[in-house]
Design a protein around this ligand. Structure first.
Ligand code: ZN
Length: 60
């Protein structure tokens, strides 16, 4: 897979879907990104391996 990818996630605050850029080249990552719709902080958890990246979100 490409190291840079994007995935649609649903904001845990406002429920809107948006496209999040993910960088799976570094493997697992935890970071915070503000929702582009409601601007509230979303905790992003990325699990990456050789052929797939999985991203899930929760309220910060
Ligand atoms: Zn939101």
């Amino acid at each position: 897979m490409l190291p840079l990818d994007s995935q649609f996630v649903r904001c845990p605050w406002c429920g809107e879907r948006f496209e999040a850029l993910i960088d799976a080249s570094a493997g697992d990552a935890d970071y915070t990104e503000d929702c582009p719709v409601c601007c509230r902080p979303i905790a992003m958890h990325l699990h990456g391996d050789d052929d797939a990246a999985e991203l899930w979100v929760e309220r910060e």
